[in-house]
Design a binder for this molecule. Structure first.
Ligand SMILES: Nc1ncnc2c1ncn2[C@@H]1O[C@H](COP(=O)(O)OP(=O)(O)OP(=O)(O)O)[C@@H](O)[C@H]1O
Ligand SMILES: [Mg+2]
Length: 430
């Protein structure tokens, strides 16, 4: 029996296998510097010229090099949402989103099997899931898990089960715990923020039934892709006409939904249609600043929405350790002289202002986790952080001020959940 743990993330995915009795995170792809990485960006590219599908960094490279095709990112955000089960047209074929997620999950399984190089087939998997795929609707939440289970079975797994992502991170962290402690696990990724309050110790780690150790789990559907959206709306979308009034009716603005979709990773493709081009051309007759709208029209015509979102994400990351950064919008337009766009400055102050409400909501959900268990902040010994968005200084500052007496341990941002899922898989299936 071959066993693995699979962290299908909104932004990055990992797969860990039990290989020659050793628990190993599979090296999935080389980065631009040629170093093997255990993360695969959750991205997929359908090439229109060769009908080849690429995944991860390779998918992003093909897209950014301007190859004709369709990029998909943040596919996990479709699970539990109103698009779940929908189809989308790629060239002249319709694919369900489940099928597309299936291509990605199937490629992770295939890569792990290739890595093991002994012809073994991966049968049993523990897949990570956020505490809530949908914050408000338990039926949609259950449906999302059922979709992911069906996708994994079609991808070739025989035994499929789930574990909450923050519980997996707790199990990973517990390997370095020396004495009993009460830990709060904080996993803020690309799509969701998830929390677990747990008693950890080397002795408890060995026990079969951990039910009583996990005191509370909670989560909220806010993560790094929402931060990208907020920053984009506040600092970039106005350059493309967001909020601009109509010339003939100054009380009326250009409709906001185009900009919200353009700033939302998993909705960008909705704008690459002839209907949207037609609508935007008709607004051109009435907007106050045609140049800004022309930027939007050109951007969508050349399907550069994901490139723009990538620039915003990059700027957000750069603002982790500098007070301002430039977003070079001019690189998005190769041969358009008449839309006059250069670079745009984004500041840490703007980032913090635009994220403030989301971060407050995340910390409300975090506090609810403690309330559910009747535990006070002073009782927490350790706050363990994982997930890319915990690198944000405003997140660590909030943790510092909420838990001044607790030890703050920064885990591996990208592998902690995956390692814990593998530990769980070994426990369940071996
Ligand atoms: N230094 C940084 N500052 C701010 N955000 C960052 C930084 N580094 C990475 N991120 C963000 O972290 C997110 C990705 O984190 P991660 O890979 O943990 O998410 P994920 O596991 O794919 O998502 P989820 O678990 O929510 O499904 C992205 O939104 C990325 O922009
Ligand atoms: Mg994650």
């Amino acid at each position: 029996m071959t066993i693995c743990g699979l962290d299908f993330g909104t932004s990055n995915s990992t797969i860990g296998v039990l290989h020659n009795r050793v628990q190993t995170m599979v090296p999935l792809e080389q980065d631009a510097q040629g170093n093997w990485q255990t993360t695969l960006p959750s991205a997929l590219f359908f090439g229109f010229d060769d009908d080849e599908i690429s995944f991860g960094r390779q998918a992003m490279v093909r897209y950014t090099q301007g190859e004709s095709g369709r990029l998909m990112r943040s596919m996990k955000s479709l699970l539990g949402g109103s698009f779940m089960g929908d189809t989308t047209q790629v060239k002249n074929r319709f694919y369900s989103f489940d099928e597309i997620i299936g291509f990605f999950v199937g490629s992770l399984r295939q890569q792990a099997q290739t890595f093991m190089a002994d012809g073994s087939s991966l049968d049993s998997v523990v897949i990570g899931r956020p505490v809530f795929f949908n914050d408000d609707d338990p039926a949609l939440d259950r449906e999302a898990e059922a979709h992911l289970a069906a996708i994994a079975k079609i991808a070739g797994f025989r035994d499929v089960s789930f574990q909450y992502e923050p519980i997996a991170a707790a199990l990973d962290y517990e390997q370095q715990v020396k004495t009993e402690e009460l830990a709060l696990i904080v996993d803020i990724g690309g799509g969701t923020s998830d929390f677990t309050l747990v008693r950890l110790s080397p002795e408890r780690h060995l026990q079969a039934d951990r039910e009583a150790d996990f005191l509370a789990n909670n989560g909220i559907h806010i993560g790094g892709t929402d931060f990208d959206r907020r920053l984009s709306i506040a600092g970039i979308m106005p350059e493309f006409g967001f909020g601009m009034p109509m010339a003939d009716r100054p009380s009326l603005n250009m409709p906001g939904h185009y900009y919200h979709d353009l700033a939302t990773w998993h909705k960008i493709h909705l704008l690459y249609t002839r209907d949207v081009q037609r609508e935007l051309q008709s607004f051109r007759l009435t907007v106050s600043d045609k140049q800004r709208l022309d930027r939007l029209i050109e951007l969508l015509k050349h399907r550069k929405g994901h490139s723009l979102a990538g620039l915003v994400e990059q700027a957000k990351i750069e603002l982790s350790d500098r007070s301002e950064t430039q977003v070079h919008l001019d690189g998005l337009f190769t041969d358009s002289n008449d839309i006059s766009v250069d670079s745009c400055t984004l500041t840490q102050q703007l980032l913090e202002q635009s994220l403030q409400r989301d971060v407050e909501k995340i910390f409300l959900a975090l506090n609810e986790t403690l309330q559910q268990a009747g535990v006070s902040a002073q009782q927490i010994n350790t706050v363990f952080t994982t997930g890319g968005s915990t690198a944000l200084p405003m997140v660590t500052a909030c943790i510092d001020s909420a838990f001044p007496d607790a030890k703050q341990v920064a885990g591996d941002l990208y592998n902690s959940v995956g390692s814990g899922l593998l530990l769980e898989a070994v426990k369940r299936y071996s």
